[in-house]
Each structure stands twice: as structure tokens, then as C-alpha cells.
Design a protein around this ligand. Structure first.
Ligand code: 5AD
Ligand code: SF4
Length: 581
């Protein structure tokens, strides 16, 4: 099996793949055409050349039977027939990692669907299995390596039964581990990095017709898939994710994302608005704007919006890169998106604390349909650790920002990310993290033990916290988080919350489940309720509708209540929570 790598040039990879044993011979072939040098060319080589492709083979008109994967390759080298080879072949996706990967799956599927592929939820039916992968921690990668073992065993069995299956690795792991994946996992057919999904039909065609491994892991400075409308699969089609930017320039010292997903770039505002309008027309009731650094959004592509204002950072925050200038900022986008449909909830994730100027906070406070929920990844409560992490802020600056947020948005719900056991973290540093968790009072947390990746920290710092110490500190953080979440959630008992209904509860068919504005899960009995606040006629509650729910009890992870009536965002006065007590 031959490996086709994206960084090799066309001359190495058009036809010679099939007829010369080594790509280097391609340049020998060029030399062989001069009469002088011809003398030294062996007969066997001449025979190889003679049985190779003709000039016509390099021209678009059919039959062109070879697909290559190369940055310099023009689409024209592939006939449309080849691109459509997917016709009716069934693709099975498995998605790992963050919400960005779920969105990437939808983008990849949208591209393949247009080329005539079908989607299947049944692995046994699949002709192509695509894993959308995550590299953020070692555990995520290990899960995928294990899965690959199972899939390649399945692939071998399927070869015997004459129903071959192709396996592709998409996303961050394809980017980070391209060589290992192709060489160690010989049965991987296709690799596509996060910026190469448009190339998938071509890569699959190469793998299918040529039996080659095909990869494209080039990162782009521009790719935002702006023109590709993802095929949404979120909960019953009532919630959707809209990607607004990709990549990250922050270079936090522990994080692999800037290396696997590349530089920060924003999708043009017009294409975001178009997608949100389309979703609104389809009846979607909640849109989450997505990006690795969602609030660093800045679209400089639309000239009419260009100003000269520099990116304003939150007070006490800095970046390792030059602040961007001009264009449309996150607050402008949020304003425009939230005006599209006043009955559609708007959320965003994942932001960086440096990009919360007052304009963004004021907009969240004022606009009825922008959820009063902010994810504010802190990572640590210790200045020494924050500096080693290169987060660009101190504990004090973070806490000042929290105060400012609470002042401007009094009923805000805050969530955060923390890493336990980062390089050099002492017990005292850990205590400071615990105290920060207590001081802020988050209601949701994503807590991780530090996992070394090939980043700045790998090269410059020592992963010197013993695994059992990392684990103990992580568990302590989880314990404090739970206590605090319980306390914060208990404060809403007795209030009435506007809940967007997701559907039946997973635990009981008698119950429904939905989310508050603060993104807390609420469980309540399935029963008919008044069609509006003071009406006497009732109607059943369905997924995708809003209901007012009286909160009766709270745990650290969910709330329980009783539905009072159907409602809508427009008819519910602000504030949407404690004001109803
Ligand atoms: N080890 C552990 N956690 C990490 N994160 C990012 N990189 C690492 C790492 N090397 C966490 C951060 C980030 C979240 C998405 O993942 O908390 O906010
Ligand atoms: Fe990683 Fe930091 Fe960028 Fe978040 S902001 S993706 S943690 S480098």
C-alpha cells in the first residue's frame, strides 16, 4: 500500500504511483527524456516508462483513473465521475471530543452528501467508517487508538467476505499523528485534517480506486467552511450549533489546539446570518455560536463594517499576539444574530476571559434572547500556575472580571474549565484553585488532570506532579465544585424558570427534560398544561417548545420541577428567573 501525502508535489504523485516502484523515479523519468542522459537508462526502466501513463492520462477528459492528494493538485485532474464515486455508498460517522467536532461531522457529512454518499447509523452496513477525532488529552487519543484496533479487525473480516470497508480519520488526531496513523495503522485509508474536509470525496476516491492511503492535513489561514451549511442533528432539530470561527492564536502552554486546528480565522458575518435565518425558518429554537475562542471573533472581510477600533481586551488581560484591528467584532455579531428571531435562544462557546468588554456584557444583559450564561475557563486559581500556563491574566484580574459580569448581569450562570496538576503546581497553588472555585460559585465545571501534549509546556516545563497527586487534586476540585453547584442551584428553588423542552427524560418515560436560560437541566412530569399563563384550556408539552416550570428541588447537576404553562421567550418578561418567586 502506498502513502500519498498532501505535501508532495503533483509530478511525484500523478500516475507514477501505479507504474514506478518509487516516486523519486518520476524525476528520473524527466531526465530520461533527454537523449544524452538516456544512455544510462536501463532497459527495464524503459519498459516501465513504456507501460506507464500517456500524456492524455494527465488531461481532464475521461478516463482519468487516478486520484491524488496534493496541495498543488487542481480539481481538474479528477473527473467528476471519480468525485461521485461515493454514489449510494454508506458512510458511518463516529464523533469524539468537543462540540466543534460534532459541527465538523456535520460539515464533512454535508460535503459527502452532495457527492452522492448516503449516511448510515449501522456500522455493519457501512462502506466507509469515518472517525472525527480529538487530541486534547492522551485519554481521548487512547480511546481512538483502541477503537481503531476493533475497526481494523472488522475491516480484515470484511475483506474476506468481499464487502470491503474504508476507514478514515478526520480532525485533530489526523493532524497531530499523521505519520503514526498511516504507518502504524496500515489499514487506515484516509486522513483529513480539520481544514481538509472539502477534499474528502477526492481522498475517498483515491483510496477506493487506487487502493492507496490518501491524506490531506494542510492547515489553512482562511478555511471557515463559510459556504457549507452543516446538516444539523442536534436534539430533535430544535437546537443547533453554528460555527463562527476556527483555530486559536493564544498558545496556552499546555494546549495542542493551536497546532491541530491552526490559526484563528473568522467566518464572514453574512454567511453566519444566513445560516441562523435558515435555522429559524426550520423552527430551531436555540442556536449556540461555536469557536475555539468564540468571543475573539472579528470579521474583517466585509468592507462596509470596517472600523479602526482595536480589539478591546477585558481589564488586566493580555495576549501573546498583536490585537486585531478593524472589522466586525463579537458584540456586533451577537447583536445581529440575536435580532434574527426574538424567540430563538442564543448561546456561545467556548470563550476566552480576555475578550469580555462591557459592550458584550451589556448586550447579554439587555437582549431577552441571549442566554445569561457565560463559560469562563479559569484553568487555575494560582498566579504562579496561570503564568506558566501563559493564560495572560492573574487571579485578581479573573475575579475582577467575574465581579464586573455579576454587576452587569446579576442573574448570570457561570461555568468554567480547570486543569489539576499542571507543571510545577504545588499544594498551595491547588488550594488557591479550590478557593477560587468557592469564591465564584460556578454551576457547571469541566475539570481535567493535566495531560502532557507536545506543546510549549512539553518543551520548556517539567510534568512533575505525580499521577496520583494529580488525581487526588482533581477529585478535590470535583468535590468543591459539586458543593458549590448545589449551593448555587438551591438558590433557584421556588422560582419559575422558562424552560426549552428537549424531550422525554432519559431516566423515565413519565418525565420530560429541558434547559433553563442558565443551561441547567430541569426534569418535570409529562402532563398537559395551560396553553398560556392564565388560560383554562390545556395542551400537551412537546420538544422544542417553551414552558414555565416551577422549580421544586435542586441537586448539583439538575433541577426538578412542575410545568405551569406553555410560554415563549417573547411573552416572558425579564428577568426570566428569580423574578417569579
Ligand atoms: N491537559 C488537560 N486538560 C487540557 N485542556 C486543554 N489542554 C489540556 C491538557 N493538555 C482542557 C482545558 C481547556 C479544555 C477544553 O480542555 O481546561 O479549557
Ligand atoms: Fe487551547 Fe488556550 Fe486556545 Fe483554549 S485559548 S484553545 S486552551 S490555546
Amino acid at each position: 500500500m502506498r502513502i500519498v501525502k498532501s505535501f508532495l508535489c503533483v509530478s511525484e504523485h500523478l500516475a507514477p504511483l501505479r507504474w514506478l516502484s518509487k516516486p523519486r523515479n518520476c524525476s528520473n523519468a524527466a531526465r530520461a527524456s533527454s537523449g544524452e542522459k538516456n544512455k544510462g537508462v536501463s532497459d527495464s526502466f524503459r519498459r516501465q516508462v513504456a507501460s506507464g501513463p500517456r500524456f492524455q492520462d494527465f488531461i481532464k477528459s475521461p478516463p482519468v483513473t487516478l486520484a491524488v492528494n496534493c496541495e498543488h493538485t487542481d480539481e481538474h485532474y479528477l473527473s467528476e465521475d471519480l468525485g461521485l464515486l461515493g454514489d449510494a455508498r454508506k458512510v458511518y460517522f463516529e464523533t469524539y471530543g468537543c462540540q466543534m467536532n460534532v459541527n465538523d461531522t456535520e460539515i464533512a457529512w454535508s460535503i459527502l452528501q452532495k457527492k452522492g454518499y448516503q449516511r448510515t447509523a449501522d456500522l455493519k452496513q457501512a462502506d466507509v467508517v469515518l472517525l472525527v477525532t480529538c487530541s486534547i488529552r492522551e485519554k481521548a487519543e487512547q480511546t481512538i487508538w483502541n477503537r481503531l484496533q476493533q475497526l481494523t479487525a472488522m475491516k480484515k473480516k470484511r475483506l474476506k467476505t468481499n464487502s470491503p470497508v474504508k476507514i478514515g480519520i478526520l480532525g485533530c488526531m489526523a493532524e497531530r499523528l499523521k505519520t503514526e496513523l498511516l504507518e502504524r495503522e496500515k489499514l487506515v485509508d484516509v486522513l483529513a485534517g480539520p481544514d481538509a474536509y472539502r477534499d474528502l470525496p477526492r481522498l475517498l476516491a483515491a483510496a477506493t480506486t487506487g487502493g492507496q492511503q490518501a491524506s490531506n492535513v494542510l492547515l489553512s489561514l482562511e478555511e471557515t467552511y463559510a459556504d457549507i451549511m452543516p446538516v444539523q442533528h442536534a436534539s430533535q432539530g430544535r437546537s443547533a450549533f453554528v460555527s463562527i470561527m476556527r483555530g486559536c492564536d493564544n498558545m496556552c502552554s499546555y494546549c495542542i489546539v493551536p497546532f491541530t486546528r491552526g490559526r484563528e480565522r473568522s467566518r464572514p458575518v453574512s454567511s453566519i446570518l444566513e445560516e441562523v435565518r435558515m435555522l429559524s425558518e426550520q423552527g430551531v429554537k436555540e442556536v449556540t455560536l461555536l469557536g475555539q475562542n468564540v468571543n475573539s471573533y472579528r470579521d474583517t472581510s466585509e468592507v462596509q463594517f470596517c472600523g479602526s477600533e482595536r480589539t478591546k481586551l477585558s481589564r488586566g488581560f493580555s495576549t501573546v499576539y498583536r490585537a486585531k484591528q478593524g472589522g466586525l467584532r463579537f458584540s456586533d455579531l451577537l447583536d445581529l444574530v440575536s435580532r434574527i428571531d426574538p424567540d430563538m435562544r442564543i448561546r456561545f462557546t467556548s470563550p476566552h476571559p480576555k475578550d469580555f468588554p462591557d459592550e458584550v456584557l451589556q448586550l447579554i444583559a439587555e437582549r431577552q434572547n441571549i442566554c445569561k450564561q457565560i463559560h469562563l475557563p479559569a484553568q487555575s486559581g494560582s498566579n504562579q500556575v496561570l503564568k506558566a500556563m501563559r493564560r495572560g491574566y492573574t487571579r485578581e484580574a479573573y475575579l475582577d472580571l467575574v465581579d464586573n459580569i455579576k454587576q452587569i448581569i446579576p442573574d448570570v450562570s457561570l461555568s468554567s474549565d480547570f486543569i489539576s496538576g499542571f507543571c510545577g503546581e504545588t499544594d498551595d497553588d491547588h488550594q488557591q484553585t479550590l478557593s477560587l472555585i468557592r469564591e465564584v460559585g460556578f454551576n457547571v465545571g469541566f475539570l481535567f488532570a493535566y495531560s502532557m501534549r507536545k506543546t510549549h509546556a512539553f518543551h520548556r516545563l517539567q510534568d512533575d506532579v505525580a499521577p496520583q497527586v494529580k488525581q487526588r487534586r482533581l477529585e478535590e476540585c470535583i468535590g468543591v465544585f459539586r458543593e458549590e453547584a448545589e449551593r448555587v442551584n438551591a438558590a433557584v428553588v421556588g422560582s419559575t424558570q422558562l424552560v426549552l423542552v428537549e424531550g422525554e427524560s432519559k431516566r423515565s418515560a413519565e418525565d420530560l427534560c429541558g434547559r433553563t436560560d442558565g443551561n441547567m437541566k430541569v426534569i418535570f412530569p409529562k402532563e398537559d398544561v395551560a396553553v398560556q399563563a392564565s388560560a383554562s384550556n390545556t395542551a400537551p408539552i412537546r420538544g422544542g417548545g417553551y414552558v414555565l416550570v416551577k422549580i421544586l428541588s435542586a441537586g448539583s447537576q439538575s433541577l426538578r420541577g412542575r410545568a405551569l404553562s406553555h410560554s415563549s421567550l417573547i411573552s416572558t418578561p425579564t428577568p426570566r428567573c428569580d423574578g417569579y418567586k
